[in-house]
Design a protein around this ligand. Structure first.
Ligand SMILES: C[S@@+](CC[C@H](N)C(=O)[O-])C[C@H]1O[C@@H](n2cnc3c(N)ncnc32)[C@H](O)[C@@H]1O
Length: 351
């Protein structure tokens, strides 16, 4: 059965799109206050319940397995008001914390800007510990996930039932040269991005930005997309000799959404430029990490664990294995030797 998700501060639903694409999660409710975002959610997640203001939301324990939330970053972000996690907007973290305490989800995923590292991460980790949650965190940059956008974000995974000392949910231990190769390849592919299709290929482009100064810089990488006044010339692209704004459809593609995500929602041009959301491939990757962790944590004693989600048990002579499915036992065609040589074979419990 899929893990039930409550997507808080839903925006246009990037968290839900990324998590649902793993096949392991299903969003049962959103919580979003802005009307134009609600229109986008209604179009793309038909029939899913939407709560409005988080400050009025109250929950029963265990109605949801997973909470997600990129709480407002205005007071934390370098471009913002600098009031930190107690500021008027970013202070909504306290509401998120209140709901985790009330709803007791198995997992909570928290996202925010890079500046959180120096402006509040320790408070969030302390808050989570105070309500009984273990937590682990990392920093991911969208440009390493196949989209040519520099977007560094802090991701925290909080776990109700504890994180065993030998767990490495974010797989930090795998960050060495050989295992990082596929990521770096996807990074390089990102630089040959087709602005129209939203995919890497031989087309080249120049992204020019004056996000934090009056100087334009030429780079193949988009700067971090943020809420924009569509009248300002901030994110520009030079393609085939023509300089123009990055359009809302392209902003969607740079975030890993389908290009028509905002179509037919009745949004004004101005509203379309305020939508940016999560980077979908990054969220999907995090969903897969949680899936792997969740399957392993809930596997029965004596089972061996596969990353595709199947448990295997060894028979007495340890030459064959069998697996259980829906209470029935089936003999497996794989010998133990074969299992040991499989790459996705994570943990063989012998004897
Ligand atoms: C950083 S954005 C989240 C982006 C989102 N995860 C996405 O993929 O689009 C924060 C969101 O919180 C919403 N928000 C702000 N105050 C809120 C409140 N009191 N209750 C519910 N949502 C709120 C904002 O409208 C905004 O869409």
């Amino acid at each position: 059965m899929k893990l039930k998700v409550l997507d808080l501060f839903s925006g246009i639903g990037g968290f839900s799109l990324g998590l649902e694409s793993t096949g392991y999660f299903k969003t049962n409710s959103f919580c979003e206050i802005e009307d134009h975002c609600i229109k986008v959610l209604n179009k793309n997640f038909k029939g899913v319940n939407i709560f409005n203001d988080i400050t009025n939301l109250n929950l029963m324990p265990n109605d949801y397995d997973v909470f997600t939330g990129g709480f407002p970053c205005q007071d934390i972000s370098i471009a913002g008001k600098n009031k930190g996690i107690d500021g008027e907007k970013s202070g909504l973290w306290k509401e998120y914390k209140r709901l985790i305490k009330q709803g007791k989800p198995k997992y909570a995923i928290i996202e925010n800007v890079f500046a959180l590292l120096g402006r509040g991460l320790e408070i969030i980790l302390q808050d989570l510990a105070e309500i009984g949650y273990d937590a682990t965190w990392t920093l991911y940059d969208t440009r390493y996930f196949g989209k040519p956008q520099r977007r560094r974000r802090v991701y925290i995974i909080a776990v109700r039932d504890g994180i065993p000392a030998d767990s490495d949910i974010f797989e930090v231990g795998l960050r060495d040269l050989p295992t990082s190769k596929p990521m770096l390849e996807s990074f390089n592919k990102g630089f040959r991005w087709d602005f129209k299709e939203g995919e890497g290929d031989k087309h080249t482009f120049t992204f020019v930005t004056r996000q934090r100064s009056n100087e334009f810089k030429e780079t193949g990488l988009s700067s971090t997309l943020a809420k924009r006044d569509y009248k300002s010339y901030v994110d520009l692209v030079l393609q085939n000799g023509i300089i123009r704004r990055v359009m809302p459809e392209e902003r969607m593609l740079l975030q890993g959404f389908p290009s028509d995500w905002l179509s037919d929602c009745g949004l004004t041009k101005k509203e379309k430029f305020t939508c940016n959301g999560m980077s979908v491939p990054v969220v999907k990757y995090i969903g897969e990490l949680i899936r792997k962790f969740d399957i392993k944590q809930s596997s029965p004693i004596g089972s061996s664990f596969f990353s595709d989600g199947k448990y295997r048990f060894l028979d007495d002579n340890e030459k064959k294995s069998y697996f259980k499915d829906g209470g029935c036992e089936y003999e497996s065609i794989f010998s133990v030797d074969c299992l040991k040589s499989k790459e996705d074979y994570v943990n063989l419990i012998e004897g």
